[in-house]
Structure formats: structure tokens, C-alpha cells
Design a protein around this ligand. Structure first.
Ligand SMILES: [Zn+2]
Length: 134
């Protein structure tokens, strides 16, 4: 506990962008396997927090995990195959790195836009427009 207190204090004394970015907490994926599928129970919570299109997030998961996936009537993502929570959490974090956090200032106050046929991250905090490679 004392260690945590010290850590909190240390963070408070360093007002840098890492601290701001760390305040942006993505819900931990809740996953369970069902038959040959993995059900991502709180997919909508994660998508809402990321403030991105659910299909775009799903596409990314499919690409990174090398599987097929769909969104069911309850808004849960269902992925073919068995994936652990940690793997899912890593993949969601990679998505956030690629499409949510501004590469210039590190803040998550961004929007995805299409400019001249390419997806870009437009940052509302610093105004930077960064290509996503899409
Ligand atoms: Zn920025």
C-alpha cells in the first residue's frame, strides 16, 4: 500500500503526457470461451471508451488475431478460436496505440477521419493530423 501511495505522489509531481495518457483507462476485456468461439462480453464498453466504430475495432481484432469474428445481437464480439483475456487486452491496447492516441502529443482526444482516401488521426488537443497507414 505504501508503495502505491508513493507512486501516486510521484505521478502527481510529474505532469507529463504519460500521466495524462494513463488516465485513459480502457476496460479490461471480459472474455469466455463458448464452444469453438471466444465471446468478448464487454466489447461495447471497450468500443465506447475507445470512441471508435465497432466494425473498425472488430476488423482490427480479426486481423491481429488472424481469425473471423462477428458482432452478435447483444453487441458482443464473437471470435472463432480460443483467445485469452490477456491476448485480447494486448490487442485492444495496440488498437488504441494505432488509432486513438495522438502520435504527436500522446493524448486520446482524437477523431478518425478520412482525408483523400486515407484514414488519419485528427487530434483535438494539439491539432496534429497523423496518418494511420490505412
Ligand atoms: Zn495531439
Amino acid at each position: 500500500m505504501e508503495y502505491d501511495d508513493q507512486l501516486d505522489r510521484a505521478l502527481e509531481e510529474t505532469p507529463d503526457i504519460d500521466q495524462q495518457a494513463s488516465r485513459f483507462e480502457i476496460p479490461d476485456p471480459e472474455v469466455r470461451s463458448e464452444g469453438h468461439e471466444t465471446v468478448f462480453e464487454n466489447f461495447q464498453d471497450v468500443v465506447n471508451r475507445l470512441d471508435r466504430n465497432e466494425d473498425h475495432v472488430l476488423q482490427y481484432l480479426q486481423g491481429e488475431l488472424g481469425t473471423s469474428a462477428s458482432i452478435d445481437e447483444k453487441g458482443r464480439a464473437r471470435l472463432t478460436g480460443d483467445f485469452r483475456r490477456s491476448r485480447m487486452a494486448d490487442t485492444v491496447e495496440e488498437y488504441a496505440e494505432a488509432y486513438v492516441f495522438c502520435p504527436e502529443c500522446g493524448l486520446p482526444d482524437t477523431r478518425l477521419e478520412t482525408q483523400q482516401g486515407a484514414k488519419v488521426i485528427k487530434c483535438e488537443a494539439c491539432g496534429a493530423i497523423s496518418p494511420t497507414g490505412e
